[in-house]
Design a protein around this ligand. Sequence first.
Ligand code: ASP
Length: 342
Amino acid sequence: MDKKPNILLIYTGGTIGMIKDYESGALKAFDFNNLVKSIPELSQLACNIDSVSFDKPLDSSNMNPGHWASIAELINENYTVYDGFVVLHGSDTMSYTGSALSFMLENLDKPVILTGSQLPIGDLRTDAKENLITSIQIAALQEKGKPVIREVGLYFEYKLYRANRTTKINAEHFQAFNSPNYPPLIESGVHLKVYNEYIQKPKSIRRLKVHTRLNTNVAILKIFPGLNESVLNSVLNIPNLRAIVLETYGAGNAPIEKWFLVCLRKAIDRGLHIVNVTQCSGGSVIMGQYETSRALAKMQVINGKDITTEAAITKLMYMLGSNISSKLFKTIFETSLRGEMK
Ligand code: ASP
């Protein structure tokens, strides 16, 4: 009997499968079959690999929640047949997709590994082959017949991270991602080094539940010295806006000028959910540590702790889509649902 794990590759687009248009010089997505042809090494892996491709592969800048839903549905439809999933995706919005999928796939107990590359697969110096081959190996990794990874991961340049902890940090280095507040789950060297203590273990064996209803009436506002009342008010009064990620300074600090606090207070009274996330690339919001965050804590601004902006905005879309009651919203947001915050 063939006991090799079955892996499904889902090709959504991105540089990994792009070619150069010789007339314009621009990179454009190409047919997935060429990707498999480009890596004959895939046949040496100890797993069965099937693939499915988006009809129109996308540059990930064109991804939206509808595409996230398509990926989630593909995983759902194939969940019982496959032991692991590898999603090939452009790096630009990969952290958003990875974060969104982590919330959309409730009770996930199989690996979903997102990967891509900085250089196209056909390029002589490409990083695509290593990223793809190791991602498949990780998706196929099992211990006592159970997958080692049972969450949504992002593999890039020798490291597997929890996807909802990642952020894209560099537009040209092969090491394009970082996970500022959570250690890697696996490091790839001569051997795959698995850090079991950091891997999410499903709390109970429940059926996979896929949530595809997301609410996009959300916004991100990064504060800056000079932000004026009219700009702040315009954002907070966007029609139908339900929630906002407020990127603050340092450990969650913001001006204590009266007009600023009054604008926020009024928005919260109207029912807007405001999440305090730091605009620093690492570390955590600590509400109340400074005078400049005490006022926010007092007016019931939600504490985003050490969550990334990518995870915060997708968590908001997911929670609003799930019609969480306003009363419970703050408590649930401040609770780690998929290991996305401490
Ligand atoms: N623009 C590309 C994308 O995100 C970049 C990449 O694939 O890394 O689709």
